[in-house]
Design a protein around this ligand. Structure first.
Ligand SMILES: Cc1ncc(COP(=O)(O)O)c(C=O)c1O
Length: 341
């Protein structure tokens, strides 16, 4: 008879794909009845949870996604660690999860990186870091109460490009009805938001060949399932201003800063699907995110039509901004914004 042990560890099925390979160690810290225990760096291994764990029933989970780079001086540096830590803390607060403080998580990241230095990938790869916080209190009666126990761990995953096509321009489905997540939780990086968007993303991929979905409920252009969205035309970038309905991407903020530095005008304004149709005739469109970096959009599946963005390839301004951003991330140019630490 097949082993149906519920605790049997599942190894990643699709080795080689983004997020399926891990360095050998992870940093972990446990919170027991509201008190954080000392953090440790341990071999990556399955974790054991009570079947009544809060996270398994009431989705008390949040995470971060950031990258460490091997810079030309041989050091390993994390890109905008402070911003990611601050967002992690805000997500934990929103979910009433115990949080040990930004400094503790930052130390956990650094200790793990130091112990695994020999496994640090060289450019053009980077190490994707995934701090994860879950509510572990065994209590199925806690639908309306927070978990007093929690587990925090940090995984490291050597990665190349998120989208398998690399720098190829993407095909994006424009979704005007469904929301990605509940309106007030857009800035919380919590697993439930991704589960909520999965049906739209899978259907768009399987039925229409889209790489991702751009959520524009009621015409309001927000973000894709895992990245922020920009339009670009005549030396001007357009993106939605920060709002509780969508994620305040660290890459979004970095692109805005870099673009202004390069002399672009950046408009943070609400815009509609009609505006997209207008801008893409002679403009560019791209996604921004830690995983996606800066990915050009070549086609939009919109209102039953396949619209081409520019000439269907990654536009020259998108390439220029991507280059400027990755030069900073990999430490190939002076760190003039103090983003690597
Ligand atoms: C829903 C969503 N929006 C936007 C982003 C981009 O955020 P960041 O640039 O901080 O990675 C992500 C990626 O983490 C995301 O999952």
């Amino acid at each position: 008879m097949a082993d149906s042990s519920p605790n049997k560890a599942q190894a990643p099925r699709q080795t080689g794909a983004f997020g399926t390979e891990f360095i050998s160690k992870m940093a972990v810290a446990e919170c027991i009845d509201g008190v954080w225990q000392p953090a440790r760096v341990v071999p990556v291994a399955p974790i054991s949870l009570h079947p009544a764990a809060h996270v398994l029933h009431y989705a008390s989970t949040c995470f971060e996604g950031m990258k460490a780079y091997r810079t030309p001086d041989g050091h390993t540096r994390v890109f905008r660690l402070d911003r990611h830590m601050a967002r992690f803390g805000r997500s934990a607060k929103q979910l009433y999860l115990p949080f040990p403080g930004e400094q503790v998580v930052e130390s956990m990241v650094r200790e793990m990186l130091a112990e695994c230095d020999a496994e640090m990938p060289e450019p053009p790869k980077a190490l994707y870091l995934r701090p994860t916080l879950i509510g572990t209190e065994a209590n199925i009666g806690a639908a309306g109460a927070p978990s007093r126990d929690a587990l925090l761990y940090v995984l490291g995953s050597p990665v190349g490009d998120y989208f398998t096509g690399g720098a190829k321009a993407l095909t994006i489905k424009v979704e005007e009805e469904a929301m990605r997540c509940a309106p007030g939780t857009g800035q919380t990086k919590t697993g439930g938001n991704y589960a909520a968007a999965l049906r739209q993303v899978i259907e768009a991929r399987e039925n229409e060949g889209a790489d991702q979905v751009l959520f524009c409920p009621g015409g309001d252009v927000q973000e894709t399932g895992a990245s922020n969205f920009f339009l670009l035309k005549d030396n001007c970038l357009l993106t939605k201003p920060l709002a509780p309905s969508f994620l305040d991407g660290v890459t979004r903020d970095s692109v805005i800063t870099v673009a202004k530095d390069l002399g672009y005008e950046v408009r943070e304004e609400d815009f509609t699907v009609d505006d997209i149709q207008d801008w893409i005739k002679d403009g560019e469109a791209f996604l921004s995110g830690t995983a996606a970096v800066l990915s050009g959009v070549g086609y939009l599946l919109c209102r039953g039509e396949r619209l081409v963005v520019g000439d269907g390839s990654m536009g020259p301004h998108t390439q220029k901004l991507r280059q400027a951003l990755t030069d900073l991330q990999f430490g190939r140019v002076e760190d003039r914004f103090g983003w690597l630490s």
